[in-house]
Design a protein around this ligand. Structure first.
Ligand SMILES: [Zn+2]
Length: 373
């Protein structure tokens, strides 16, 4: 047997010096994705390993798609040949597809330039607060802001935070909306997280509307009455949060999912791979039985889980359902993720009993306590 040490997507690690290798859990069908037609398996250490002999002049290695890797893990090797020495997975699912929440998350991650960059923006208390405020678009407040309003809000938030706790770690170190924040802001505009445009008043119907920069011309149709309005000669730029992001952020569950995945990626020392939320069904064309918020490979461990914006959302029914799912899918780890500090005692106990029950299947059950929300 020859162990294959294959670099894991160097293109996805352009921002770090880390160069991890593909390390995978020992599951039937995974090694087959890399070397079809050869006798192969995953060996200790997580490397795919393949049988070669004098009659093997060359070896073709394929880097599988992320979805195919998780297809094997969640659906139980539906495509590859069976291997006698590895027990068949217990999974009952036959179909998986990205849920609407997962599709929105995928779009968001694309805008931010990946999970890492997205997590870094939301990890920053100022940007997190601003993005939420603008996404929610509170009544009576415009959903667009000028650069000076961004700066002004920075001052207010700093003042409020320091009045509450004068040694606030973040705010005491950041005195002004300095060049670093300007740079962050420029890159958020460049990637389309903030859209640039201007507010124009229509002289016919009197409405103030916001027009994105790509739609501007010397004359344009009023969004209110449709009459022609002309671009003011002294227009000033203002910015809105991209609609996909603001729609996603209106449910706080999205942030819990982002933070969970970002934490998993940040804490991984080797390879990290994820799929956005997946709907799972028992049969082709069937209604989904459930969706899975967290589907990831972390340092060779297969991790699934659920992220809630509040731990009280883990009621008896949901915890039992996740335990049942885990028993069918057999991940290495099952995560219950929710903001820290408000975990009701009955939830903690219920999770502990699931931990005890699933230990016999070798499934590690953990709470993931989030600190941003
Ligand atoms: Zn008008």
């Amino acid at each position: 047997m020859v162990d294959l040490q294959i670099q894991f997507h160097p293109d996805r690690h352009a921002y770090t010096n880390v160069c991890p290798d593909w390390t995978l859990p020992k599951r039937d069908g995974l090694s087959y994705l890399f070397v079809q037609g050869q006798h192969s398996r995953i060996v200790a250490g997580g490397f795919p390993s393949v049988q070669v002999g004098p009659d093997t002049p060359s070896l073709t290695i394929t880097i599988p798609r992320d979805r195919d890797i998780f297809g094997v893990l969640l659906l139980g090797n539906p495509y590859g040949p069976r291997q006698e020495n590895i027990p068949a997975p217990r999974t009952r699912f036959r179909e998986m597809w990205t849920s609407p929440e997962g599709a929105a998350l995928r779009g968001m991650l694309r805008l931010f330039g990946g999970l890492w960059h997205c997590g870094q923006v939301f990890e920053d208390p100022y940007w997190r607060k601003i993005l939420f405020e603008m996404a929610k678009g509170e009544a009576g407040r415009k959903r667009w802001r000028t650069l000076s309003q961004f700066q002004q809000r920075f001052g207010n938030l700093r003042q409020e935070a320091l009045a509450e706790s004068p040694d606030h770690n973040y705010w005491s170190q950041r005195r002004s909306f300095d060049e670093w924040f300007h740079r962050d802001f420029d890159s958020l505009v460049e990637t389309g997280v903030f859209r640039q445009g201007t507010e124009i008043r229509c002289s016919n119907c009197g409405s103030y509307c916001w027009y994105p920069v790509e739609n501007l011309g010397p004359s344009l149709a009023c969004l209110g009455c449709g009459d022609a309005v002309s671009l003011p000669t002294e227009a000033s730029w203002s910015f809105r949060v991209n609609e996909l992001i603001s729609d996603s952020l209106r449910s706080r569950g999205t942030l819990a999912v982002i933070q969970s995945l970002y934490l998993l990626e940040r804490e991984s020392r080797e390879m990290f791979l994820m799929l956005p939320s997946q709907n799972m069904a028992d049969a082709p064309d069937a209604e989904p039985v459930t969706d899975l918020d967290i589907v990831a490979l972390v340092d060779g461990l297969f991790v699934i889980g659920e992220a809630k914006s509040s731990a009280s959302g883990f009621d008896q029914q949901i915890v039992d359902k996740l335990a049942d799912l885990a028993e069918h899918i057999c991940p290495d780890r099952l995560l219950f993720a929710a903001p820290d500090g408000e975990w009701p005692e009955h939830v903690v106990q219920h999770v502990a009993s699931v931990r005890e029950n699933l230990a016999r299947f070798g499934i590690d059950v953990r709470e993931l306590r989030l600190r941003w929300i």
